[in-house]
Every structure is written in C-alpha cells, then in structure tokens.
Design a protein. Structure first.
Length: 273
C-alpha cells in the first residue's frame, strides 16, 4: 500500500493539508517516498494534566501537535523518526484507559486511545512501519530510551527525600534522567547528557552520583586501553639502519677487508680514481 501511494496526487494533497494546518510554525513534511498512512486524536499524559493531541502517522515519521481548531489549525509540531521509536503497552488507571508508551532516545511519553480497538490499530500500524524501516536501514531498535516524566499530580511529596511537601511556594521539578518529581534541594545538580541536550540538564542527587560513577568507569576503561600503547611506545628502539647514530668508521670496521660489494670486475678503488 505504501509503494502504491508514494507518488500519487491524493497522497501529496493529504500531506499538503497537514502542512497547511500547522502553518508557518510547522516544518515541511513532503518528501519523495513519504506517505501519510493515518491520523487521529490521542490523549497525551502531560506534566500538568492529560491533553488531547493530534497525531499523524507517516511511513517514516510520527508527527503530533496541539489542537487549536480540529481539521483546520494545529501548533507545537513535534516530529519523531520512527527508527527511534519503541512501544510499551501499559495497564489502565482510574483516570486513563487504553494506554501505551511511545519511547525514544530523546523523549518518552504516555498516550491513550478512545477504545481498546483503536489502541490495537495504532500499535499494529506503528510496529509494522518501525519493523519495515529497521529492516530497510539495518539499524537496531533504540536501546536507551529517555525516561518519561511522572505527572505532577502523581505525588504531593518529593520522590527522593520523601519529606518535602509541594505547595504554591515549593515547586516541583523533574529529573531528566529518571523522570521523578523532586524538590529543588534534591535536584540542584546539572549533568551533560548529549543524547538528550547539548546543555547540562537538571538531575536528582541519586542520578547525579550514578552518572558520575558511570563517567568515572568509562574514563578508567579508556585509560586501560591507552596504557598498553604507551608502554609499547616507551619500549620502542629505532632499528640500526643507515640513519643510525653510529659513525662511518664504526660501520667500516664491521665489514671484512676482502668483501666484494659488486660482481663487476671493476675494483672498489676505481670508483674513487
């Protein structure tokens, strides 16, 4: 079906319609071979509260955004390469049903569908596209997905120290490594995680110690790899070729006087006459 729709006019029109809905705030979506397979509204578990979001499934990317006017205007466009996506089905909660997690190396989040059938269809189509892409590119699935953020209302106290109570004055923060809701005192550290951002990010104290230990372990492993090379370099001695430090007189003494250097009948002294 994808190959059949790839270069059709109807596919181009559908993609153009999505681009128009996002307007100037969105990125161009039309590419050779890209096909829009489906769309739908899913509920995304955001930090403050669950919110409806429009999702568009292409054969190589997943696009979602905020709904201003359905079918007419969207904003806050997000584009996720499907090669970086893994999925995890989640149990229902009192607030949300038909849930699953979309996990990527940069961001992971939970969505829910209006029905169990709709969830099965979304997951089935996503998995089919992901499998096709990974087979085509030879890449491996994402092995280190980012941790999803725990919603603010999931806890009234810091999830690390467990005694600081959140209030209007005591703000909630999120650790970018584990996604826990933590207080300011438990998340004063910053750590550079290039996979997530080019800038150091807020992490909780526990994750900071773990990240430091991992960094130290990696540095130690690198040092062990370099040491044998240094030892080999220190034990290296240059060969005694023509550019060695021995004098010409010392070299001459090594050769017997009657050595014939050439098979020619011309004597050695003839070269100097």
């Amino acid at each position: 079906m994808v190959d059949h729709l790839a270069n059709t006019e109807i596919n181009s029109q559908r993609i153009a319609a999505v681009e128009n809905c996002f307007g100037a705030s969105g990125q161009p979506l039309a590419l050779p071979g890209r096909v829009l397979l489906g769309e739908g509204i899913l509920t995304k578990e955001c930090r403050k509260k669950p919110k409806p979001r429009i999702f568009f499934l292409f054969n190589d990317i997943l696009v979602y955004g905020s709904i201003i006017i359905n079918k007419r205007k969207y904003n806050s466009q997000h584009i996720i390469p499907l090669e970086d996506v893994t999925l995890e089905t989640l149990p229902d909660t009192l607030q949300m049903k038909n849930r699953w997690m979309i996990k990527t190396s940069k961001k992971s989040f939970v969505v829910s569908a209006a029905s169990l059938t709709e969830r099965k269809e979304w997951i089935s189509h996503l998995e089919e596209c992901i499998k096709h892409l990974l087979t085509k590119t030879g890449r491996q699935p994402c092995r280190e997905p980012a941790a999803p953020w725990i919603p603010d209302k999931a806890t009234d106290i810091c999830m690390r120290c467990t005694h600081t109570k959140f209030s209007t004055l005591t703000r909630r923060h999120h650790c970018r490594k584990c996604g826990f809701v933590v207080c300011a005192d438990c998340s004063r550290q910053r750590f550079l995680m290039p996979r997530l951002s080019p800038k150091p990010l807020r992490v909780c104290n526990l994750c900071y110690r773990q990240l430091l230990a991992e960094k130290k372990k990696e540095a130690e492993a690198d040092r062990r790899q370099v040491e044998p090379l240094r030892s080999a370099a220190q034990g290296y001695e240059p060969s005694s070729g023509d550019d060695s430090d021995k004098s010409d007189d010392e070299k001459a003494e090594q050769w017997p006087a009657d050595t014939e250097f050439y098979t020619s009948e011309v004597s050695w002294s003839s070269f100097h006459s």
